[in-house]
Design a protein around this ligand. Structure first.
Ligand code: ADP
Ligand code: MG
Length: 645
């Protein structure tokens, strides 16, 4: 059973970039992205609200206080109506001024006025206090959920397979942290409570209006169907505009991250102006996108406002007529008018929220895309634990392509004995790095089986596998920090002596101690303050410190000069003792002491054997070596010409 399930999950879907939505056929804002029209809104809403689940009490307080504030807002118009009808109108009515009867009535009226105004004050004070609590809780919840969303994003981001990163832009990923998580947080803390309290307000006001005067209420409601219809139409339009806005934004931030990372290249080729020009175009695109989105919304908002005031005109006219017929009091009409605004306010809010929700939902979907992406199976309970790897690696008919339709490796069969050193040779771009990527399980083979110690690599516990592989990648990446921290990266608890030993073995100790700060020297962002050769030697030390059973050296010595490389070669020769090693080297002479050389060509193993055997064979390898020898001879001659004898 488990086998079958495992096999089922192993089949890879065809990975072709999608530019259109599968369901509706619309163009996607981002390749392989989500279709904003086909997202399930209800599910999304439920998931968004799920972020509040851990803070139940805060949410309850927030909701209760919002409801209370709403309820309190309904009281003042009633009090004002009483002030008008019971105090002001009798006082101002003809017949009463000048007469002696007024005095006692006036006294009672002043008291009543005082009480009513005090009532207004009390309501205001109470709602002010509750507002304060509400604001505090909201700020607190916002900070917590913001933190949670970012942690969830990062928590999964780290565990996602390289395939995920291959197909996404850094800028787009970063904007999920910066914009989308923020928007989600805003929605949760302003959107959700406001929707609820406005709903309450709507129901409350409508009830009161109907109670006060059902006839007038019908006039008030006259524009509502129009408002609802317009809002619904609005949704689609806004979705379109905001997704476009996001796509532009993501392009802009991609440009930004890229040009900052590549600032050296930009400068070397004096392309600052062109980059600036391109940035300006994109920046302008973004401006245009936000202008058109805001415009759509603003037109809608203006129309809505007009429709609503239309309801108020109707009420003044028909309410006024009722007063003339003495079926309505002035106070009641005043209260009615205030309630209308309170009724329209939530309606208006819903039309605003449309804009708000649309943006939040689009952001939420992008956040969920990262959270939902399937991580590498680090915690697969069915995985086979492999605490000690012996180091036997076998490829059986392995085929792989980053895009399965364009295979890089077509059929690789290779048996590597434990402790054997394999030199991988082939033209640039032939798939050497790809082959070792498969050993690390950075990618999975599309076809065929890759086994380590006789166990299918897909069944080995990923952590065990990676712990026993040491890799010096083609482009050695260092983290911003000290040299010591970088060497210790894979084994933070390693004692200093061990670090020194590793550094010596990597021929790095010497140059490190010559630096003013020694091992505490800061390497700068991605190691930018070190030379390529220094970076590589630190990367080698980092791999050595891990003491891996399987060692991968991908052009590990390409950035060092020949004398240093000679020394490094000795170090590596010591290092590879008893470890299965895959070494890729640009200078073929450095692979001389490999147990076996494997020549890859056209996705297959073309030749295999020792250095001497392959030279004798006079095949691809022989030709590669000859070309290199010739070019170095030319260089030697060229160098000699500079110094006339
Ligand atoms: P090399 O033998 O020089 O190490 P690689 O294994 O790096 O060659 O690359 C083999 C082929 O795969 C190249 O054509 C390269 O363009 C392509 N390739 C490498 N990495 C990726 C990737 N992450 N996504 C798509 N294609 C890739
Ligand atoms: Mg390579």
């Amino acid at each position: 059973g488990a086998e079958a399930v495992l096999l089922e999950t192993l089949t890879l879907p065809t990975e072709i970039e999608r530019t259109r939505c599968d369901q509706c056929g619309r163009f996607l804002p981002e390749k392989d992205g989500l279709c904003p029209f086909c997202i399930r809104k209800w599910d999304t809403l439920k998931r968004i609200i799920g972020f509040l689940a851990p803070y139940r009490w805060g949410v309850i307080i927030l909701m209760l206080s919002s409801a209370l504030i709403t309820g309190l807002e309904l009281i003042p118009p009633i009090l004002v109506a009483h002030i008008i009808d019971d105090v002001l109108v009798p006082a101002g009515s003809p017949g009463s001024p000048g007469s002696e009867v007024v005095a006692p009535v006036g006294l009672g009226a002043v008291e009543l006025l005082g009480t009513l105004v005090l009532g207004l004050l009390a309501v205001r004070l109470l709602s002010w206090g509750i507002n304060l609590v509400n604001g505090f809780v909201r700020a607190d919840l916002a900070a917590w959920t913001g933190r949670d969303i970012r942690s969830r994003l990062y928590g999964n981001l780290q565990f996602l397979p390289l395939r995920f990163y291959d197909r996404r832009k850094v800028g787009s990923l970063i904007s999920r942290f910066l914009n989308d998580s923020d928007r989600l947080e805003m929605f949760l803390l302003f959107g959700v409570p406001y929707v609820l309290s406005n709903l309450l307000m709507l129901v409350g006001v409508l009830g009161l209006l109907l109670y006060l005067n059902w006839e007038l209420t019908l006039y008030v409601l006259a524009p509502v169907p129009l408002i609802v219809a317009a809002s619904l139409r609005q949704w689609r339009q806004l979705v379109r505009y905001w997704t476009r806005w996001h796509a532009k934004w993501s392009r802009l931030s991609t440009h930004l991250t890229e040009s900052i990372n590549g600032i050296r290249v930009v400068k070397a080729f004096a392309q600052e102006r062109r980059e600036e020009e391109r940035f300006r175009t994109r920046n302008d695109d973004l401006r245009q996108a936000s202008v058109s989105a805001e415009r759509v919304w603003f037109i809608f908002y203006a129309v809505m406002n007009f429709l609503m005031s239309f309801g108020v005109f109707l009420v003044w006219y028909f309410g006024g007529r009722q007063i003339l017929r003495e079926t309505l009091t002035i106070g009641a009409l005043m209260a009615f008018v205030s309630y209308i605004w309170q009724l329209y306010q939530p309606l208006q809010f819903f039309s605003q929220v449309n804009n708000f929700i649309t943006r939040a939902f689009a952001g939420a979907e992008r956040v969920f895309e990262v959270i939902d992406a399937r991580p590498e199976p680090f915690t697969d309970p069915r995985a086979v634990p492999l605490p000690v790897v012996e180091g036997r690696v076998s490829f059986r008919g392995v085929a792989f392509g980053y895009d399965p339709a364009k295979p890089v490796l077509k059929e690789v069969d290779l048996e590597v004995k434990p402790g054997e050193m394999i030199g991988l040779v082939g033209r640039s771009g032939v798939g050497k790095t790809t082959l070792v990527n498969l050993v690390c399980r950075f990618y999975e083979a599309n076809r065929g089986i890759l086994e380590i110690d006789g166990i299918d690599i897909r069944r080995i516990r990923l952590e065990d596998l990676r712990r026993q592989i040491g890799m010096v990648a083609q482009e050695s990446f260092l983290f911003n920090g000290s040299i010591l921290e970088n060497i210790r990266y894979g084994k933070p608890e390693a004692p200093l002596e061990e670090v020194f030993r590793a550094a010596r073995a990597a021929n790095a100790h010497e140059f490190i101690v010559q630096k003013p700060d020694g091992y505490d020297t800061l390497v700068g962002e991605s190691g930018g303050r070190l030379s390529g050769g220094e970076k590589q030697r630190i990367a080698i030390a980092r791999a050595i410190l891990r003491d891996p059973r399987i060692l991968i050296l991908d052009e590990a010595t390409s950035s060092v000069d020949t004398p240093t490389e000679k020394k490094l070669q000795e170090a590596i020769r010591r290092l590879v003792q008893g470890r299965t090693t895959f070494a890729i080297a640009h200078r073929l002479s450095t692979l001389r002491h490999a147990d076996r050389l494997v020549v890859i060509d056209e996705g297959r193993i073309a030749e295999m054997g020792t250095h001497a055997e392959l030279m004798a064979r006079e095949g691809i390898f022989y030709k590669l070596v000859r070309t290199q020898q010739e070019s170095s001879a030319v260089m030697a001659v060229g160098g000699g010409r500079g110094q006339p004898a």
